[in-house]
Write a protein that binds this ligand. Sequence first.
Ligand code: DGL
Length: 273
Amino acid sequence: MNAPIGIFDSGLGGLTVAAALRERLPHEDLVYLGDTARVPYGTRSPATIVRYARNNVAFLRKQGVKMVVVACNTVSAQGLDGLTDGGDVPVIGVIRPGARAALEVSSGGPIAVLGTPGTIRSGAYVQAIHEHAPDREVLPIACPLFVPLVEEGWVDHPVTAMVAREYLAPLKGSGVDTVILGCTHYPLLRETIGRIATEITGHPVALVDSAHAVARDVEALLVRTRLARDPSASGGRRFCVTDAPERAGDVAARFWGESLPPMEHVDVMVSPL
Ligand code: DGL
């Protein structure tokens, strides 16, 4: 089926998931929506997060997408039910794939989850890990300052390293062997988080994000639902933001891994379909 795959995040972090989709499914058309006018979501109430997410899904459905990828842990953590208002477009989130990926690489020790306050408060990662490994110790850590630092482009900045040292302090003596980067913004901080986690624990720590696991699940779902596109096609991409497209350029390119065509400015403040 030729319709595009819709992907959204509160901001630009979800481009890390879109990039994994581009890599795995280069023939699929992608429409990315970053709700940059309302980022961050992670510090807001569950009701507000769900309301924003419903606007985003409604917008993507109007673009004729065949599937919606919620490339935002904070939204995925609130549950995906009810986002489509009963529509028949499949919706896939990032929490379960991320939890599974962590269990695949962990050697059995405790797993730390870094996320926004909304994601951590929901307990969604703990639940997803315990579905597969009920006795596994999980150490959830809310990191509210990481998203604004990344959106600002401060990925290699000393201030970011200081903040990371503060957030990762509970890893000391915890036995944690795997850290889930439970926010689509955090892969940009991979190097800083990895370095400081190793410094604090005194041993190497595996860092896991859900982007590649999600891409794998999307491929499987496309096949299962017979929505996959002919693999000889060449995929088109559209990038939409809800605020100041001209400000998105540099940071967006870091997430996407290469330069992007100009972003479209869109309005998602429509009532859900
Ligand atoms: N990138 C989003 C996530 O994966 C959240 C960022 C935010 O809006 O707080 O959780």
